[in-house]
Write a protein that binds this ligand. Structure first.
Ligand SMILES: [Zn+2]
Length: 75
């Protein structure tokens, strides 16, 4: 379930809510009970999980294979 960030305009607190995407536009109530809140930019990963787990670079060419470079087949 995505996490949405909101900011309360009464106590200027920023809080997050886990709610379905279909309810992302619904009014959010701050932890203090205020209803005058605004929705911030959608940030799914706010919990600091961006540690570069998968460095998806271009895959290295698998050299040394037969019929790959046309050096040993039909030549
Ligand atoms: Zn508040």
């Amino acid at each position: 379930m995505p996490t949405y960030a909101y900011r309360c305009r009464e106590c200027t607190e920023t809080f997050e809510l886990n709610r379905p995407m279909s309810e992302s536009g619904d009014p959010a109530v701050c932890p203090e009970g205020h209803t005058d809140t605004v929705k911030l930019l959608t940030t799914v990963a706010l919990t600091g999980t961006a540690s570069g787990a998968s460095d998806s670079r271009m895959p290295a060419p698998s050299g040394g294979g037969c019929c790959g470079g046309g050096c040993c087949c039909g030549g």
